[in-house]
Design a protein around this ligand. Structure first.
Ligand SMILES: [Zn+2]
Ligand SMILES: [Zn+2]
Length: 228
């Protein structure tokens, strides 16, 4: 039976989602449908921020991440590798840690030097890395939420462009926006004191968090009407 462990890596979590939800996703959902489900739960998570309801933010953020992994699986994007290339323990824009984008006007994106020895081995390690690059003390939770919404829009936009021209260049943009989306989802978790790996390991002890099967046996209707 597939499960998520406390020490899960980003790739192991992505693979867990493939085992549990891959068969149903392939049968029932286009990549558009999956993208729309990421949006659906990301916005619910933001509602949790507005209502000061951390439990609501948390559950919806975890489900957002699960749909996000399904999206990446459908597109065959290796999130761990691509996130590390974009954020090698440094801000993807100013190439500093902590980020200095607010303090100094960096006009063009700086190319970061990648030291592979620093690469986090676990999802928890990636969460710690994003706290170091973008400390929660430097922004409010609302600000982190707005940034997540902004990145959600940019991911959608990149996918729209890719669907229009099917070029490798546009696909690369989808990859970059995916890494940015993860950084902002983790940013919301850091600002809300949500330990993602710990919460996922509680939620995914035994396959799907609703039907507890691997692969998931929930009906299409149950998934569509799921309230969290
Ligand atoms: Zn920066
Ligand atoms: Zn299920």
């Amino acid at each position: 039976m597939a499960k998520v462990k406390l020490s899960t890596s980003v790739s192991e979590f992505q693979n867990f989602i493939k085992q549990v939800y891959g068969p149903k996703n392939n049968r029932h959902y286009s990549v558009w449908d999956t993208l729309s489900n990421i949006e659906r739960f990301a916005m619910r998570s933001l509602k949790g921020i507005r209502k000061h309801d951390t439990a609501k933010t948390k559950l919806n953020l975890l489900i957002t991440l699960s749909w996000f992994m399904s999206f990446l699986n459908q597109l065959h994007i290796n999130l761990e590798e691509k996130t590390w290339e974009r954020f090698p323990y440094l801000c993807s824009y100013c190439a500093s840690s902590p980020c200095v984008c607010k303090k100094i006007k960096v006009k063009t994106r700086r190319k970061p030097k990648i030291n592979n020895q620093l690469k986090p081995k676990t999802l928890h390690g990636f969460q710690e890395m994003f706290q170091k690059i973008y400390p929660k003390e430097s922004r409010t939770l609302e600000h982190a939420g707005i940034h997540l919404a902004e990145e959600m829009g940019e991911l959608s936009e990149a996918f729209h462009v890719f669907q229009n021209n099917h070029s490798d260049q546009s696909f690369d943009q989808v990859i970059l926006e995916s890494a940015d989306f993860l950084s902002c989802a983790i940013g919301v978790a850091n600002s809300s004191k949500i330990e993602i790996a710990q919460e996922l390991s509680k939620m995914y002890k035994k396959g799907c968090h609703v039907c507890h099967k691997t692969p998931c046996f929930c009906t299409f209707e149950e998934t569509s009407q799921f309230k969290s």
